[in-house]
Design a binder for this molecule. Sequence first.
Ligand code: ZN
Ligand code: ZN
Length: 307
Amino acid sequence: MEVGMTERPLVLGAHCVETGGIPMAARRAGRGGMQALQVFSAVPKFYNDKIGVKPERVARFHEALGVAGIRPEHVVVHAAYVLNCATPDPEKWARAAAGLAKEFERSTALGVGGVCFHPGAATDGDRDAAIARVSEAMRRALAAVPEGRTRLLIENTAGAGTTVGRTADEVAAMLQGIPAEQRGRTGYGLDTCHLFASGHAINASRAALTAVLDAFEQATGEAPAFFHLNDSEGALGSNRDRHMRVGAGLIGEEAFGWLLQDARAIGVPLILETPQAIEEVPDDDDTPDAWDVESIAQLRDWARTTA
Ligand SMILES: [Zn+2]
Ligand SMILES: [Zn+2]
């Protein structure tokens, strides 16, 4: 059979609702036919710099992933939003760095493929110094968790305010601050909404999308470790971080089709972080979100049919 005739091995999933705990998120993903999953390891609006993860919680999560048919390396943990590892305020930075290290510890204990984090903001306007502080926070996290297969992954940002990590060069500069012996446990991922909002015209043409991926790959020396598949409510370059369902925003379905046809989308988690059909889900309800299931079916379709 020709390669082109086979179903492309897309590892699609979503950040599933976690009410009832992360094993319930895994059950929802499994019932939704997902191969990838994103979860929080703790309540994301807190620093969680003292919160660990108990072995029995790891066991329950792995059991649920096994039933769901989701490989742990296809799970991404999303770090707390409050961590600003770029801040010039020494006290805030210390707390953010401690929170990132603890997040990395929890994610490594959970045995997931990666933990992604937003690098934060250069509130004093000095972007180079801010980028150096992000590298320093990553080095501390790597030193605090000396081994494990989980990778610490920078997520590109929508570029609101003074946030760093908008461009390939900024993400690459953060990774360049990691010593060679630790570099393999780090990497980055790309959020399509953030790319578009920060001024990357990924929907202009297939060539334009490819050029953006090439720029990140050339600057960092590697392909993204994951993608967040979110459409954008905000315009190109608006720096607005407002996710919409794929195909329903200003990016549009064609760009998602092109992305999924790129070799760099194969084998890595492709995660929806888009609005849910039902936000309030009972603890014991493992029904997958209808909009996530529909979006994943659309994405598989666009991967086959987009010209
Ligand atoms: Zn994110
Ligand atoms: Zn976002």
